[in-house]
Write a protein that binds this ligand. Sequence first.
Ligand SMILES: Cc1cc2nc3c(=O)[nH]c(=O)nc-3n(C[C@H](O)[C@H](O)[C@H](O)COP(=O)(O)OP(=O)(O)OC[C@H]3O[C@@H](n4cnc5c(N)ncnc54)[C@H](O)[C@@H]3O)c2cc1C
Length: 380
Amino acid sequence: MDFAPTEDQRILRDAVERFMRLECPPEKVRQWDNEGLFPEPLHAAMADAGFFSMMVPVEYGGMGSPMADCVVLFEEVSRPSVDFGTRIALQAWGALILADFASEEIKGEILPEVAGGRAKLSFSLTEPQSGSDAAALATRARRDGDDWLISGQKLFSSGADAANNKMIVAVRTGKGASRHQGISLFLVPNDAPGVTLRKLDVIGRRVLGLNEVFFDDVRIPSRYLIGEEGRAWEYIGRHLERERITLAANYLGSARSALDDAVRYAKEREQFGHPIAKFQAIAHMLADMATELEAGRWLTQMAAWRYDRGLPCRKEASMAKLFVSEMLQKVTAQGMQILGGHAYTKDHDMQRYWRDARNATVGGGTSQVQRQLIARELGL
Ligand SMILES: Cc1cc2nc3c(=O)[nH]c(=O)nc-3n(C[C@H](O)[C@H](O)[C@H](O)COP(=O)(O)OP(=O)(O)OC[C@H]3O[C@@H](n4cnc5c(N)ncnc54)[C@H](O)[C@@H]3O)c2cc1C
């Protein structure tokens, strides 16, 4: 295994870093966090830069980049805010589900639009009564002539309210031998008649935002059924591996920003006549933060390396997500400690990294669920 960055990855990292510095200055990101707003001009600029096309297959207008390169993109994009990485990840996750399982007609219709950023995608699995136990979902679809009618409710759908967004929605379409059967995926435009969105008032991840989505007999044509009826659990399984690797990459970016801010502050802030970085307690805290961040990066790259080679990576994807999300919470909490009382004001971004990090061990499968999955892979 050789995880040394390639020349292309170095060029990509520099280019994305420059783009984010120009397009997402700290004062703008603070404003978007306060307002709960993902600005459309930023989305358009990301599209022009090709960020949405990296994971879309070449035959549908994308670049078909390997996961190892995408990890670099996600980490850099997430440095100003993890929500920027999540926006790109939503496009990538949705595009790959469609590329793997949708009909040629739908792939030709939707994927070039997603790659170009003209269409957006989001993913709705969670419901009020089904979180970790996702297969307990109760939203239903029933046939009506050539169409399907969807009724029910989804919760915590990231970015579902964006303009020109299509939601990939998991619903129950029938009974199978087990409750993991009989679940199907549909593409549902967020402005379809019968869809109502309610933005949630949340403490973090405010730039992209979370939504409750209500479906009241929403009529969807059969061609918007993704793959085969009743097989969505299998499709979601493959999706979750990708989701976990990309989430880990996003969290690396946020952790780096927290570490950089903490190091800078520790060098500048003087107490007892010395920069606080000179106190061993602070220096060692920073040393631990840097070490765990680096360990998280290697774990993420290892999972991406396996994914790119078609090797089993369920365990490694869960390990990366588990370790990096817990590392992010630790690093942002230590960052808050290093900035002392000043961390408590919105003049510093540390509080936003810390608020946003709160979700890292929950979204995409909680830490408890990741440990269960890893234990299962160990034959326990
Ligand atoms: C910011 C954010 C963004 C999100 N984005 C999306 C999205 O875009 N699309 C989407 O579909 N969902 C999304 N989610 C939902 C997320 O995936 C769920 O919150 C998560 O799966 C946990 O479900 P829950 O919140 O219902 O918690 P629960 O499942 O009710 O869990 C509560 C607690 O019980 C523990 N627990 C549950 N089962 C077990 C078990 N078997 N063993 C041990 N402990 C257990 C959990 O680990 C947790 O600590 C998002 C959530 C957040 C906060």
